[in-house]
Design a protein around this ligand. Structure first.
Ligand code: PMP
Length: 391
């Protein structure tokens, strides 16, 4: 039977990583995979994580099973960073640890389906895995265009979609640092989106995978918080893999907002059952390290400082790119108005291929670049390559 499975096309980004690795040119530039890089092009382990791991090595006295909900204390300590210290709705929120943000998205969509959601509206372009998980979970996807003609987020469209959606439908939004466009809603636009959700019966599903990499920890969560304050129910998929640099250790959480406190136990029992049937329980180590950080004031400050440094470097690369202004059809000033690791360059397939073949610049076929792949040693070369392929 297995021989009848049709071959699936390989993940384009993973294929790009292989091509990059095989390229012998010493001045090659990797703008593909979505990880933060320092000015020397590395993706080091946070010092706060190293310290937490050292402490875990010393103090952890058992590897015995936890449960489908994972490290409960990790989730309890994380929540105030996501929702603020004194959110009025905090009593109606409960969460559980998941294997990365991907596990959280998967669990959110699975529980939405179980609760009777049939269709999910999603802005495009989006993180490609959103569509894959939606289809795998058996939910119908309806897409709308995320970016307007002015190059900003098209807020009128999302508000129209929310207003028109029927009960039994959900709308999936990125909380900040939109992947792949970097184009986020403004605070005033989030107010309008929250009001639209309040007036509708659709379920908000919010994906917050880059908190702290945009404009600030609180600022990056402000859209999520506005919606949570306005609606009876919501799901928030969260990743610590970027803001704690834990990528391969798979640290995430799913939070649920219930209309009434008394409904939380039943909802959480469904999340537990779904998690049990999927991965049984999440991997412990990464969340345990984050818990050690968040339970120690000194380590928490160290983490906040490291995160602030990342954020400042991303902003500085964006500002340097914006200084290049207009290059052929490309308006690089837009990069300074966008947030997080990613932006999209309006390049043709041929231009993207020429960047790779003639200039050793590797980026996703969509034109998405990881801004953090740029640094003082390669930014001038990248701009020269852009001029060359667009002239
Ligand atoms: N959501 C979005 C929008 C993402 O970009 C990503 C990571 N690329 C995730 C979720 C999942 O992150 P994780 O690596 O924690 O699974």
């Amino acid at each position: 039977m297995l021989d009848q499975l049709p071959a699936q096309s390989p993940d384009a980004l993973l294929a790009l990583i292989k091509m990059y690795a095989a390229d012998p040119r010493s001045d090659k530039i990797d703008l593909g995979v979505g990880v933060y890089r320092t000015d020397d092009g590395s993706t080091p382990v946070f010092a706060a994580i190293k310290a937490a791991e050292a402490s875990l090595l010393e103090t952890q006295d058992s590897k015995s099973y936890l449960g489908p909900e994972g490290d409960v204390e990790f989730v309890r300590l994380l929540a105030p960073y996501v929702f603020g210290a004194d959110a009025a709705y905090s009593g109606r929120v409960e969460g559980m640890q998941t294997p990365g943000g991907t596990g959280a998205v998967r669990l959110a969509l699975a529980v939405a389906r179980k609760a009777g959601v049939t269709k999910v509206h999603m802005g495009v372009p989006s993180w490609p895995n959103h569509a894959q998980i939606l289809s795998d979970v058996g939910l119908e996807t309806s897409s709308f265009i995320h970016v307007g003609a002015d190059g900003g987020a098209d807020v009128e469209t999302v508000i129209r979609i929310i207003a028109a959606a029927a009960p039994g439908e959900a709308v999936l939004l990125h909380g900040c640092c939109h992947n792949p466009t970097g184009i986020d809603y403004s605070p005033a636009q989030w107010d309008r989106i929250a009001a639209a959700f309040a007036d509708s019966a659709v379920l908000p599903i919010l994906d917050l995978a880059y908190q702290g990499l945009g404009t600030g920890l609180d600022e990056d969560a402000s859209g999520v918080r506005k919606i949570m304050s306005a609606v009876p129910e919501a799901l928030v998929a969260y990743s610590c893999d970027k803001n704690f640099g834990m990528y391969r250790d798979r640290v995430g959480a799913l939070f649920v907002l219930a209309e009434k406190v008394g409904q939380l136990d039943a909802i959480m029992s469904n999340l537990n059952a779904l998690a049990r049937a999927s991965w049984s329980m999440p991997p412990d180590h990464g969340a345990a390290a984050v818990r050690v950080i968040l339970s120690d004031a000194g380590l928490t400050q160290l983490w906040l400082d490291e995160l602030a440094e990342m954020r400042a470097r991303i902003a500085s690369v964006r500002a340097q790119m914006a200084e290049a202004g207009q290059i052929g059809p490309l308006d690089l000033t837009a990069l300074a108005r966008e947030n997080g690791l990613f932006s999209m360059l309006a390049l043709t397939k041929d231009q993207i291929a020429s960047l790779r073949e003639d200039h050793a610049v590797y980026m996703a076929g969509s034109g998405r670049i990881n801004v953090a792949g740029l640094h003082s040693g390669n930014i001038a070369n990248f701009i020269a390559a852009l001029k060359s392929v667009t002239s």
